[in-house]
Design a protein around this ligand. Structure first.
Ligand code: AMP
Ligand code: TRP
Length: 333
């Protein structure tokens, strides 16, 4: 069966963009693949300015709980926290010794994040090598990610190939997949920007755990335009188009149908319909989240079980890599 691996950073509360852009696919892929999903807490430490220990710990639990709540099924898939499987860090050292300084320095995400910064951690520089370890330790065939991760997956392929060539076949070469998103969700206040955790105003972002009143308030104050027609046109009508796309994803209906149905009835009624649909979409997720949050011991147990299963795979791969590189096996002489 195809092995899928993906990771998400516990770097902020998950929002509607994450859900409709990525997590629905994570959940859907469980039907056809053997999925391994990871809360990548070690990656979330790479920007010292954003690293607060208590927050990291809380966000790690929240991210894992939310993944369970949206439908990552620990019976069918492996869900775990990256730092619980120390093989990731250890494997990173092995890849550090075959990765080139020059190829890492050229990584677009590193260039973006380090530009103009006075100090940058070695961890940030090494970020894509840790990501390589995440993926290659599990022999992942497919890595579902956003377009912005393409270079990281290419690096994982390159390093895996270089390793196999120099030391013998140990790693499977992964490929990035960009499954069709249910929606590309834009910020409600600035509908030409992606809905994002690094927004200037919380009002533009619907968090998965926002209560129904807050969801309705955010959607009703979404920026639209001064006309009254409801039609899909990302350039001329970014606000209305964004709401149509959200409504389509939340109800499973087509954008054309929805535009035809709502056109002529005004933005107020349209926004009410979008708000109701989003509230209904998130209701079962919030319910499941509340149940899990009320039982932290159960979440801990699920994550422990996930780490155990992940480790069985990762430890085997790492041992083969160490042997291939000539590290003396314990107990041998
Ligand atoms: P991030 O939290 O930005 O690292 O994103 C985690 C995942 O959610 C990635 O696969 C992104 O492509 C996806 N994602 C984030 N924001 C949006 C958005 N506004 N619309 C669609 N997908 C998104
Ligand atoms: N870098 C990814 C992101 O920011 C998160 C990530 C870490 C990841 N390790 C991974 C994604 C392995 C896929 C596979 O979105």
């Amino acid at each position: 069966m195809t092995r899928v691996f993906s990771g998400i950073q516990p770097s902020g509360d998950l929002h509607l963009g994450n859900q409709l852009g990525a997590l629905v696919n994570w959940v859907g892929m469980q039907e056809r693949a053997d999925c391994v999903y990871c809360v990548v807490d070690l990656h979330a430490m790479t920007s010292p300015a954003e690293h607060d220990p208590a927050t990291l710990r809380q966000r790690t639990v929240d991210a894992a709980t939310t993944l369970l709540a949206v439908g990552v099924d620990p019976e069918r898939s492996i869900l775990f926290v990256q730092s619980h499987v120390h093989e990731h860090a250890e494997c990173t050292w092995l890849f550090n010794c075959i990765a080139g300084f020059g190829e890492l320095r050229k990584q677009p995400q590193f260039k973006d994040k380090s530009e103009g910064q006075e100090s940058v951690s070695v961890g940030l520089f090494d970020y894509p090598v840790l990501q390589t370890s995440d993926i290659l330790l599990y022999h992942a065939d497919e890595v579902p990610v956003g377009e912005d991760q393409r270079h990281h997956i290419e690096l994982a392929r390159d390093l895996g190939q270089r390793f196999n060539h120099r030391f013998g076949e140990v790693f499977t070469l992964p490929k990035a997949i960009h499954p069709q998103a249910a929606a590309r969700v834009m910020d409600l206040q600035e509908p030409t920007n992606k809905m994002s955790k690094s927004t200037s105003s919380e009002k533009g972002v619907v968090y998965l755990l926002d209560d129904p009143t807050r969801i309705a308030k955010k959607i009703k104050s979404a920026v639209t335009d001064s006309a009254t027609d409801i039609r899909y046109d990302r350039d001329a009508k970014p606000g209305v188009s964004n709401l149509l796309e959200i409504l389509a994803a939340a109800t499973g209906r087509s954008i054309e149908d929805l535009a035809a149905e709502h056109d002529g009835h005004g933005y107020g009624a349209f926004k009410t319909a979008v708000a109701e649909a989003v509230v209904e979409l998130l209701r079962p997720i919030q319910q499941r989240h509340a149940e899990l949050a009320a039982d932290p011991a159960e979440v801990a147990r699920l994550l422990d079980d996930g780490a155990h299963r992940a480790r069985t795979i990762a430890a085997d791969t790492l041992q083969r890599a160490k042997d291939a590189m000539g590290l003396l096996p314990r107990g041998a002489a």
